[in-house]
Write a protein of this length. Structure first.
Length: 324
C-alpha cells in the first residue's frame, strides 16, 4: 500500500519553494482561492506563481492522500494492474501524477493536461526535482480540446476537476476520457453530496458504454444509497508545520473526505463488499454497513463467533471485505 503522505522528493521541492515566501500571504491567498472554488469559480483565481504555490501548500497534501487511497483500493482489486502510460486530466500542480508514480513503478510515460498556466509552471518546477517525473509532457489547454488531441493511456486520472465544468460538458468529458482509456479510468471528487452525484452520473454513463466498476462498488448496478445518504470515504494525513500555517489549523492531522470510482474495460469475475461507514464495535457484536453485490447490507457479527468477530473488528471505513 502506498503511503498517503507526500513523497520525500515532493516535500523537498515544496520546501525549497517556501524559502522567502510569507506564510501569512500564502494563508490569505489560499483562503481566497478556496472560496472561489466553493463558489464554482474553479482554478480561475490562480493567476500567479504565488497563487499556485499557496494553493499547492493548502491542497496538495489532501488531494494526494485521496488519490493515493483510491489507487490503493483499485490495486487491491486488480493486483495485476501495471500501467505503462498515464494521462492526467486537469492535472493542476501534478498531484495525481505524483501519486500514480509512487503507486506504479511500471509507469514510463506521463502526459498531463490543464488550462492554468500558473499551475502548469509550478508542476514542471516540482517535477524537475524528481528523477522519474523530470521528462513529462504537460500540455496547456481546455480539458475537452486538449483531451481530444491526447494519446490514449493505460491509466487515465481526473482528480478534483469534474466539478469545475458545467453539467453538459461533464458528459462529453466523461466519454472522451473513456475513449482515451486503454484499461483503467479513475475519477476522484470531493466527498460531498455534490461530488458523489458527479461520480454517480459519470459511473452510470460509462457503464452504459461498456465500462465495469473496479472500486469502490462490488457491482455494476445502480447505487443502492438514497438521499440524504451518499457514498464517500475519508483518508487521514499528517500536516507539516507549513501546511498548518497556511490552513490556519492547530491539529497535526487532517481527514480528507472524497468520493471516487475506478472503471475498467474488462469485467471482473468477483468483487468484495465495501465498508461504507466506520463499524460500531461493542463487547457484544460488530455492526457494519456494507455495499455488497446484492445491495446494501447491515451486518451484526456476534462476539460468540470468535473468528468472524475478530475479523470484523479490524474492518475500517472504506475497506474491501471478503465473505461478507
Amino acid at each position: 500500500m502506498t503511503s498517503p503522505d507526500l513523497p520525500a522528493e515532493l516535500k523537498a521541492a515544496l520546501d525549497g519553494k517556501l524559502r522567502g515566501f510569507s506564510r501569512t500571504d500564502a494563508a490569505g491567498r489560499a483562503a481566497s482561492i478556496s472560496k472561489t472554488y466553493r463558489d464554482g469559480g474553479g482554478s480561475g483565481a490562480i493567476k500567479s506563481e504565488a497563487d499556485a504555490l499557496a494553493y499547492a501548500l493548502a491542497r496538495m497534501p489532501a488531494t494526494y492522500a485521496a488519490v493515493t487511497a483510491s489507487l490503493n483500493s483499485l490495486c487491491e482489486i486488480r493486483p495485476d494492474f501495471a500501467p505503462n502510460s498515464l494521462l492526467d486530466v486537469g492535472a493542476g500542480p501534478g498531484t495525481a501524477s505524483w501519486a500514480a508514480a509512487e503507486t506504479f513503478p511500471s509507469l514510463q510515460s506521463f502526459a498531463l493536461l490543464d488550462a492554468n498556466e500558473a499551475l502548469r509552471t509550478l508542476a514542471l518546477s516540482l517535477f524537475s526535482e524528481s528523477f522519474r517525473l523530470r521528462d513529462i509532457a504537460y500540455e496547456r489547454g481546455e480539458a475537452r480540446s486538449a483531451l481530444a488531441k491526447a494519446d490514449a493511456a493505460d491509466l487515465v486520472i481526473a482528480s478534483y476537476m469534474i466539478g469545475e465544468i458545467g453539467a453538459a460538458e461533464q458528459k462529453t468529458l466523461a466519454e472522451l476520457m473513456w475513449q482515451k482509456t486503454r484499461d483503467m479510468l479513475l475519477v476522484v471528487e470531493p466527498g460531498t453530496p455534490a461530488g458523489y452525484a458527479r461520480i454517480i452520473a459519470l459511473r452510470e454513463r460509462l457503464i452504459a458504454l461498456g465500462a465495469h466498476v473496479v472500486a469502490p462498488c462490488p457491482h455494476d448496478g445502480l447505487c443502492p444509497l438514497a438521499a440524504p445518504d451518499w457514498c464517500h470515504f475519508t483518508q487521514r494525513l499528517q500536516r507539516s508545520r507549513a501546511h498548518k500555517q497556511v490552513k490556519g489549523a492547530e491539529l497535526p492531522y487532517e481527514d480528507e473526505k472524497f468520493a471516487y470510482v475506478a472503471l475498467t474495460r474488462a469485467p471482473l469475475a468477483k468483487r468484495p463488499a465495501r465498508v461504507l461507514a466506520q463499524p460500531e464495535v461493542s463487547k457484544v457484536e460488530v455492526s457494519a454497513k456494507l455495499c455488497t453485490a446484492d445491495g446494501l447490507a447491515w451486518t451484526q457479527t456476534p462476539r460468540r463467533a470468535k473468528a468472524d468477530y475478530a475479523r470484523a473488528r479490524r474492518w475500517s471505513w472504506g475497506d474491501a471485505v471478503e465473505g461478507a
